[in-house]
Write a protein that binds this ligand. Sequence first.
Ligand code: ASP
Length: 335
Amino acid sequence: MPNEQPTVRVIGTGGSIAGVGPDRIDFILYPEIGDHITIQQSLDRVPEIQDIAEVRSEDLVSVGSTAIGAAEWLALARRINQIFRDETDVAGVAITHGTATLEETSYFLHLTVKSTRPVVITGAMRPPTALSTDSDLNLLDAVRTAACPEAVGLGVLTVLNNEIQCGRDVTKASTFRVETFRPNELGFLGYADSDGKVVFYRAPLRRHTVDTPFMVDDMTTLPRIDIVYSYAGADGLLVDAVRNNRSDGLILAGFGGGTFPPAVIDAAVKLVEDGIPVVLATRSTAGRVVITPKKEEQGFIVSDNLLPQKARVLLMLGLTVTKDRHELQQLFYHY
Ligand code: ASP
């Protein structure tokens, strides 16, 4: 009899969803202990997944996501692109990941996966060893969403707490709540809900996956981009450090709609004069930073509504295709 079930590839990377605490009421010590179960052990805890999909699993790395960076992003993108190239029967890919940097990995993959098939990232706020863990249900929901035909063409999605979000817009908004992943002001895309259904209400309009120019499969490194945060009374020390370090670019997190302490902007102008791209973002947790005649004349790029850590991902990728400021600016308007 032919197998009616969709096939889902599940890739483990570690994080709280695989964390091992000393007892059932430990919610904070386990990341420092650093032990993780394997992705197969995570799947074994949820045999119900076998009723949803045929799963093939692998561990890419086994770390807290505080230790995830460009090397792991490139390895993940390469592996996912390889799976979609070689395994035509795979309906989608689900990834388990720590919640600390999940939002950055999700945007990176949203821009670099070269398939319309679903890629769904999940994590957990409470490890599998803790009371009321969200690990098992989030994993089940991620597999359900990765197997769902309606998720095709929506780019990289995140699923936690039954909420399906766009990998571009999602951010971790609270330290310990299970409903920590929020899409800022934009609304989430749908539910992987209690009745077992995956339902969508909206689709991302910014370009992603197959509609980006970012081809990273042969890359081993990415440009170095730093972020400098503004605060009342800040001087140019940290921007000068970025300049002296010869970084490839800078994200400046300013106030509100894109204003900065005068000494910070003066230091940033020198960076621009050196030919280093500087993207103006905001430390406000939502909303756009827009261009003004003065910012244009000073040579800055604006982040649109990308949070600083998301703007960093786009600038890292943008610099792999162009060094031109105006072309880089266009990327921030379209991705
Ligand atoms: N320390 C964890 C991490 O790997 C936190 C989490 O997963 O919630 O990001």
